[in-house]
Design a protein around this ligand. Structure first.
Ligand SMILES: Cc1cc2nc3c(=O)[nH]c(=O)nc-3n(C[C@H](O)[C@H](O)[C@H](O)COP(=O)(O)O)c2cc1C
Length: 332
């Protein structure tokens, strides 16, 4: 017995669970652990300072797992954009044929990757963007609901609606992302028509995630109200862990009379956020987490986590099936 979805079939994985790209978290240690546990581990290309560093990380990951793994390439607005084509070329040259894309104007990179038949999982937060990605020939959509960590988009649509819309309208297989942490969520996503789930925050809270233990503990201690949305004023809304710096940043965003992003920039520095993961001072800078922090209560290995997810999902699906019976007991 095992899962048999469009995702498991296309990627050659045992469990329909993907570890989404995570800046400063998606290194070989985590991706290999997820893949070894039967899911799809993903390296985050831009955690590597150069394309050549990404090549080394791919080789490192390959030495740690015999199972399929992928690479995330995120295209975000930037004054000096990274050389995305060079990163994509390394991905191609190293024989990686599963890529998670995300962000703005992915067309050229998707074209480059599809030329060698790469399987593309494109992540987006609206059905409109999903439809544009379908036109670009992506293989799977990763539908990132409002619950998710990081860039939530500007429409604030939760996954109960987004996933239903994806099933009704897309005509391309999709996976559910944002707010998933366990097998109950996986069973729910499959019931809504998804082929699997994508998780970020839950994987931060595993033994193999290469971040400081105090960050993992902060997630375990938090509840679902401990995130905040910043940068809405600049239409770049991002969900962050609601620590002291995030609260200061929000205050500046609300109170700034100039409306200049420059006033906000020092508070949302990515460099300081990276330091948090290294030094464990959770208030040193801003860092990303999803509302799912409310349902994360431990720090298991990826193997333990994925076995539990499988067990729970099967139990939840059995329970749902048993609720529809030939002999209902209702007295009405
Ligand atoms: C610390 C962190 C960093 C992230 N960085 C990226 C990134 O660089 N690119 C990307 O496409 N998604 C990024 N994400 C989003 C995840 O891939 C995933 O879509 C999201 O976490 C799903 O929501 P969840 O956290 O509720 O599982 C990040 C998430 C976290 C928690």
């Amino acid at each position: 017995m095992g899962f048999d979805t469009a995702l498991t079939k296309a990627l050659g994985i045992r469990l329909p669970v993907v570890q989404g790209g995570m800046q400063w978290v998606g290194y070989a240690e985590l991706a290999a652990a997820v893949s070894n546990a039967g899911g799809l581990g993903i390296l985050t290309a831009l955690t590597q300072p150069t394309p050549e560093d990404l090549r080394k990380e791919i080789r490192k990951c390959r030495s740690m797992t015999k199972n399929p793994f992928g690479v995330n390439l995120t295209l975000l607005p930037s004054l000096v954009p990274p050389d995305y084509a060079a990163y994509a070329q390394v991905i191609i040259d190293e024989g990686i044929r599963i890529v998670e894309t995300a962000g703005n104007n992915p067309g050229p990179v998707i074209k480059q990757l599809k030329a060698v038949n790469t399987i593309i999982l494109h992540k987006c937060t609206t059905i409109r963007h999903a439809k544009s990605a379908v036109k670009l020939g992506v293989d799977f959509l990763s539908i990132d609901g409002f619950e998710c960590a990081g860039h939530v988009g500007e429409h604030d649509i939760g996954n109960l609606i987004l996933l239903n819309r994806a099933r009704q309208d897309l005509g391309v297989p999709f996976i559910a992302s944002g707010g998933f942490a366990d097998g109950y969520g996986l069973a729910a996503a499959l019931a809504l028509g998804a082929e699997g789930i994508n998780m970020g925050t839950r994987f931060m809270c595993t033994i193999e995630a290469p971040i400081h233990a105090k960050v993992k503990q902060a997630i375990v201690d938090a509840d679902e109200a401990d995130t905040a949305l910043v940068m809405r004023r600049w239409k770049n809304t991002t969900r962050l862990f609601a620590n002291e710096v995030t609260k200061q940043a929000l205050k500046v965003e609300r109170e700034s009379t100039s409306g200049e992003f420059a006033e906000m920039a020092p508070f949302v520095s990515g460099k300081r956020g990276r330091e948090v993961f290294l030094n464990g001072d959770i208030d040193f800078g801003v860092w990303t987490a999803g509302q799912v922090i409310g349902v994360i209560h431990d720090v298991p290995t990826c193997g333990e986590l994925l076995s539990r997810i499988e067990r729970e999902a099967v139990g939840a699906m059995d329970r749902s099936k048993a609720l529809y019976t030939a002999t209902p007991q209702s007295k009405l």
